[in-house]
Ligand binder design. Structure first.
Ligand code: ADP
Ligand code: ASP
Ligand code: MG
Length: 479
């Protein structure tokens, strides 16, 4: 790797830090990189969901169930400390810290069971403990193994707005904090260990930036410290031609451009959080997707370079798609309708994926998120006031991502020829030439993905350097 500032950001996701064995891998990966490092960690796998459930049980006054879940998650952290932190003095402080976090969560549970109402702000207050606890056990494990590491609190660096559960960073304020608190540590060649996912408002109230957003945190840190590279260490060998949970013989991409990666994440590929590309693109910092369980794999390079134009790179999908078909009331002036519609949408804040307008009617495609539930009945009621509105649920948005898709010969024909009998409700070319989406019934998702994967990737694996079959070892790591 060519060095500019000699700094790398390394992010390790939930499965990469899930237990003692995984954390030992992390420590070895960190040790083997000679550059100055910011290490960003997620909560141990399933901890964030557990914390959300603890909050929900507490709000329902079911403190017994909340405490049971809490003790399970606390216990997993103690097991890691017991295994990895062999120095008795370090072991004691590490364990005490987890005990004090347990006390704080128990207090939150008590309070919430009294007020009985779970706001997004309180949910964030629970969620941050996942990363606080994981970074604590990783910190002491790293220290125990001789690494010169400093643990920082991301809430003191990454300042965000107060849109709890999906907060967005204020880069200017965060930059001031990073200059003051992160860069001096790097200058002293300390490994800086930070939590992903979380930040805080200017007033210091804990926020999170959306589920799976530790990738975004890594990109933010990359931008703040002007890193040479942002490494996302996960549980697959890189960006694949499809989600390996659906297509077991998906191929690994050697590279993909920022724009294509952004589109792939926007349209559902979980491998990189959708906000991660922007900060990297802005400063032209390459992102590498790597496998923490298979360090021999070269991963996928995400960068501004595009050596493979006119290629379909990957096919992705988003489930739980809701489609709103809206026809404005004839009595309403077009511009008044648009104003009222935008007011409704900004009140409910659904995540709009696609908005198509034709003949003064609208199709709004919304991805339902398990984490920020939208009240569709209320949304429809409000739309009914100004339009004839129909809500269709149970759709899936399937998207092919690549570059110059429109110039690939027979591109659109191939999609339909390989999917005989499939009825697509809408067909959408993206704003840029990187995506082509089909809206189909949920039940047809896997079949369409298989057909498209066969059509565009299987049998085209002559080694042109872009796609590579996974070897046996790699296959095991995605099993
Ligand atoms: P982490 O916990 O490390 O953040 P995630 O589970 O969030 O990891 O993301 C990695 C997962 O993304 C993979 O295990 C895989 O199941 C899924 N995935 C979906 N689409 C793709 C794709 N196109 N390429 C690679 N992985 C994908
Ligand atoms: N721990 C958070 C989550 O599970 C953030 C992340 O892992 O990226 O959503
Ligand atoms: Mg993730």
């Amino acid at each position: 790797m060519q060095t500019k500032n000699g700094i790398v950001v390394m992010k390790f996701g939930g499965t990469s830090v899930q237990d003692s064995e995984s954390i030992t891998n992390v420590i070895n990966i960190v040790k083997s990189n000679p550059l100055k490092k910011v290490v960003v960690v997620s909560a141990i796998s399933k901890a964030t969901t557990a914390l959300e459930n603890i909050a929900r049980f507490a709000a329902d006054k079911n403190t017994a169930e909340a405490e049971k879940l809490l003790s399970e998650i606390i216990n997993r952290h103690h097991v890691i400390i017991d295994t990895l932190v062999t120095d008795s003095a370090l072991k004691q402080v590490a364990a005490e810290k987890i005990i004090s976090y347990e006390r704080e969560i128990t207090e939150l549970v008590k309070g919430l069971s009294i007020i009985n109402e779970l706001s997004l702000r309180i949910l964030d207050a629970f969620r941050v403990f996942g990363e606080l606890m994981s970074s604590n056990v990783i910190y002491y494990s790293m220290k125990n193994s001789g690494l010169d590491v400093e643990l920082i609190d991301s809430r003191e660096i990454i300042k965000t707005n107060n849109d709890f559960s999906r907060a967005y960073p204020n880069f200017e304020l965060s930059q001031l904090n990073a200059d003051k608190k992160v860069k001096p540590l790097l200058d002293k060649k300390k490994i800086v260990l930070a939590q992903g996912f979380m930040g805080s408002t200017e007033e210091g109230i804990s926020t999170t930036m959306g589920r799976e957003s530790s990738d975004f945190s890594a990109a933010i840190y990359g931008s703040l410290v002007d890193a040479d590279e942002i490494q996302i260490w996960t549980d697959v060998d890189g960006v694949l031609t499809c989600d390996p949970n659906v297509i077991s013989n998906a191929l690994k991409l050697s590279e993909i451009s920022f724009k294509e990666m952004e589109e792939l994440s926007n349209f559902g590929a979980k491998v990189l959080h959708k906000n991660s590309v922007k900060p990297a693109l802005k400063k032209d910092i390459p992102i590498k997707i790597l496998n923490s369980k298979n360090t021999s794999s070269t991963g996928t390079l995400v960068s501004s370079k595009l050596s493979y134009p006119e290629h379909v790179k990957s096919v992705t999908y988003k489930k739980n798609i809701i489609v709103l078909r809206v026809k404005p009331k004839e009595s309403l002036n077009q511009f008044i309708f648009w104003e009222m519609m935008l007011n409704i949408l900004s009140r409910h804040k659904p995540q709009i994926d696609i908005l198509i307008s034709s003949n003064n009617a609208l199709i709004i495609v919304i991805a339902e998120s398990a984490y920020t539930k939208i009240h569709y009945d209320e949304l429809k009621n409000e739309f009914d006031e100004i339009s004839d509105c129909e809500i269709v649920k149970d759709k899936v948005l399937i998207t092919l991502v690549g570059s110059d898709l429109g110039t690939i010969s027979n591109f659109e024909q191939s999609i339909f020829i390989c999917n005989p009998g499939i009825k697509a409700e809408s067909i959408i070319y993206g704003f840029n030439p990187h995506s082509f989406s089909l809206l189909v019934n949920s039940g047809e998702c896997d079949k369409v993905l298989c057909n498209l994967h066969k059509q565009f990737f299987e049998g085209h694996t002559s080694d042109n350097g872009l796609f590579r079959k996974l070897n046996k070892n790699e296959e095991k790591s995605i099993a």
